[in-house]
Each structure stands twice: as structure tokens, then as C-alpha cells.
Design a protein around this ligand. Structure first.
Ligand SMILES: [Zn+2]
Length: 240
């Protein structure tokens, strides 16, 4: 019984955007102690299976032991997680974008989203330039930073072009708002990003990639032209 109950409980830190499922196993307990040590004085909440607070857990949250490549395993989280110094830094750009995407999500859920016929085709074109799931622990050299920056540049350009298409009112608002929240290429000078990187990626590059990941995730619902059954803002509806 104890095990069953434990499986249904997650603990979340809203400051660090990390979710830990509580597992009744030696490694699960080790991870829980690590979480307590790391987040005891942060805004932490226990989430039961049907907690409404699950709605706040978007794709930018790190979930220990999930099937997403960039998330840490229980063993990594409890012990040596290479990505920890980068993963737990604040991500102001991603959080600004998360708020915008959340508003759009609410409009979709309430069936208030006014779509134009071109919306899904435009979203599909944007998605072709988007594949943002960088693991925080990935060691980078200058070449890797420049390659990742170039992928960001392509995605930003696609988003700008999409905003110039005859898309629906809500899609246009979303695109305009996220473009305002995202950095421009002038805000991401290659030499500074390279200097800030090593062995882990530059925090602002990673923050921008996480923001683009939220947009990428939302674009899937625009290509469907309707909201899927599972909430896209929640990690239950995620795809890696
Ligand atoms: Zn925390």
C-alpha cells in the first residue's frame, strides 16, 4: 500500500522548475534526501495524482527519471548530475515565454482560439527548424556553441517569417509576444557565448533553447488545429 501511494506523489520546486516523483526504493529515498537538502527553503509543493497544480508543470520543468533525454535519472539526480549547475539556474527567458504559451493554452482550452486556415501549415514550417532538447550536462566546445547558436538563429528567423504570414489573430499575438520575449541575435554575441561556455553551455544560450522548446511544444497543438486530449502545458502531454 505504501508503495502505491508513494508512486502517485511528486514533489515540485517552483523556483528551480524541477519535479521529483517520490519512490519508495533506496534510490528514490536517496533522491528525496537530495531534494530536501537542495530545495528545503524554496517554494516546494507535494502534488497528488489529481492536484490542479499539475497544470503549472510545463515542458520547461526538469523531471527526475522521466523518459526525456535531457532529464536526469534518479541515480544522476541523487548523486553526480553533471548538468546540475546549469539546470538549476534561473531561466528568465523561458519563464517569460512559458507565461505567453500558458495564456495561449488557456485560449485553446476555452475554444476561444481564432485560427486562420494557414495556421497549421505555418506552424509545421516553424517546427521543421525546431529540435530543442539540449541536456544541461552536455559538455560543449566553441564549435558546439556556434552550431547551437546557428540553430537558434534559424528558429528565430522562421518565427519572424511566420509572424509575417496571414495567420489567425491569436497565433499572430502569440508569435509577436514570444518574439518580444526572446533575445535577438544581437543579444547573443557568439564570442561572449563561447567565453561563457565550458564545460557546460552558456546559461543564456540554454535559457533561450528552453524557451524555444516551449514554443516548439505549443506549435504541435497549432498544427493539429485544435487542442489534443491531454493538456499540452502539462508534462503528461509531452513528447521528447
Ligand atoms: Zn528549488
Amino acid at each position: 500500500m505504501e508503495e502505491n501511494v508513494a508512486e502517485l506523489v511528486d514533489v515540485v520546486c517552483y523556483a528551480c522548475r524541477i519535479v521529483l516523483p517520490l519512490l519508495d526504493s533506496p534510490l528514490g529515498r536517496e533522491a528525496w534526501w537530495r531534494f530536501l537538502d537542495e530545495h528545503a527553503y524554496h517554494p516546494v509543493e507535494l502534488l497528488w495524482e489529481h492536484s490542479e497544480a499539475h497544470e503549472r508543470i510545463d515542458i520547461d520543468y526538469i523531471e527526475v527519471g522521466s523518459d526525456i533525454r535531457s532529464d536526469p535519472s534518479f541515480a544522476e539526480y541523487a548523486r553526480e548530475w553533471t548538468g546540475r549547475p546549469l539546470a538549476l539556474l534561473p531561466r528568465p527567458i523561458a519563464r517569460a515565454v512559458a507565461e505567453i504559451v500558458q495564456r495561449a493554452d488557456v485560449a485553446l482550452d476555452a475554444h476561444e482560439w481564432r485560427a486562420a486556415p494557414v495556421d497549421s501549415a505555418v506552424a509545421e514550417r516553424v517546427l521543421r527548424s525546431m529540435d530543442f532538447a539540449p541536456p544541461p550536462g552536455e559538455a560543449v566546445d566553441d564549435a558546439a556553441v556556434l552550431a547551437r547558436l546557428s540553430a537558434v538563429e534559424t528558429a528565430l528567423e522562421r518565427l519572424r517569417r511566420a509572424a509575417a504570414e496571414p495567420v489567425g489573430e491569436h497565433f499572430r499575438t502569440l508569435l509577436t509576444d514570444v518574439l518580444r520575449a526572446l533575445p535577438s541575435m544581437a543579444d547573443l554575441p557568439p564570442d561572449e557565448l563561447c567565453a561563457e561556455s565550458g564545460p557546460l553551455a552558456s546559461p543564456r544560450l540554454w535559457d533561450t533553447e528552453r524557451a524555444l522548446r516551449l514554443i516548439q511544444h505549443f506549435m504541435w497543438s497549432v498544427t493539429r488545429g485544435a487542442h489534443p486530449d491531454q493538456s499540452l502545458s502539462g508534462r503528461s502531454g509531452r513528447a521528447s
